[in-house]
Design a binder for this molecule. Structure first.
Ligand code: AMP
Length: 126
């Protein structure tokens, strides 16, 4: 079944310049900006500029150039935030998808979180 993308989601509006964002990095195919409700001292969202709902959608259908750009953008953000090893103390990357992944915004985004120990990976509670 084909993926369906809602062009009215809030990150699509950010990409169209309809609502503001606190940009960290802007590349040909990717945008990184600060999460509006940060869960850690460093909390940056990295999104592809193309209309992809989730990581699996992106990995299946994005061009090689988009995938390379997005992957490198994540690396650049981790470095710019001072989180990347060996200089920084590390980070957590999260990409939620769908209902069980508790994804609120249906445009692929990778959360980069760091600046403190991030705790255990997954809560036992729903
Ligand atoms: P998720 O639950 O993985 O879909 O995460 C969505 C994230 O988007 C949440 O951490 C929100 O705080 C964040 N968010 C929602 N609206 C905005 C916005 N306008 N600018 C930056 N971050 C946002």
């Amino acid at each position: 079944m084909a993926y369906t993308y809602d062009p009215q989601n809030i990150f699509a509006k950010i990409l169209r310049g309809e609502i503001p964002n606190d940009t960290v990095l802007d590349t040909e195919y990717s945008l990184a900006f600060r999460d509006i409700q940060p869960q850690a001292p460093s909390h940056v969202l990295v999104i592809p500029k193309g209309p992809y709902v989730s990581y699996d959608h992106f990995a299946a259908e994005a061009s090689d150039a988009e995938i390379v750009d997005f992957t490198r953008a994540i690396s650049e953000v981790c470095k710019a935030e001072g989180l990347a090893l060996p200089v920084g103390e590390g980070f957590r990357m999260i990409a939620n998808a769908g209902a069980h992944g508790v994804q609120d915004v249906p445009h692929l985004h990778v959360h980069i979180l760091g600046g403190r120990p991030m705790g255990r990976m997954v809560s036992q509670q729903a």
